[in-house]
Design a protein around this ligand. Structure first.
Ligand code: ZN
Length: 137
């Protein structure tokens, strides 16, 4: 894959260095059969170092996941080899079925069919809490 020539897909840019892998996992990119590239520790004038993820496929990307992992990331949408849209990302108020509550006594540990829902309770400190047991994510 020539990482510079995506025809139809996404470039997730300005990811804080070191967070690219986490984003890769939470977005489920390992399950795709299209070309996906993670470029780590790219030099950035603005950030020092950053990670970049390139996805060479026109698939739905969950922007909430990106907002949770790194709200300062940007998403560039590429169509026919040209940049058609730049999306800025914000932290979602709620996060549904992205992460799991780690409290073994949480109701979601027993009732597995329940949605895993976390609510943003502190935007400054980026704290999400389980809506059922209030455990911190
Ligand atoms: Zn919980």
């Amino acid at each position: 894959m020539n990482i510079d020539s995506i025809n139809n897909g996404f470039v997730i840019d300005h990811i804080e260095a070191g967070r690219g892998m986490k984003l890769y996992e939470l977005l489920g990119l390992d399950k795709l059969d299209c070309s996906v590239a993670i470029i780590k520790n790219v030099h950035s004038n603005k950030m020092g170092k950053k990670d970049i993820i390139k996805i060479d496929a026109d698939i739905p990307v969950n922007l909430d996941v990106i907002g949770y992992v790194d709200p300062s990331a940007t998403v560039n949408i590429i169509k026919d080899g040209a940049l058609v849209e730049k999306k800025s990302i914000s932290m979602p108020e709620y996060l549904k079925n992205v992460i799991k509550c780690r409290n073994p006594r949480c109701i979601t540990a027993v009732e597995q069919e329940l949605d895993q829902v976390f609510k943003l309770t502190d935007r400054e400190k980026k704290i999400y809490r389980c809506i059922y047991c209030e455990s911190e994510a």
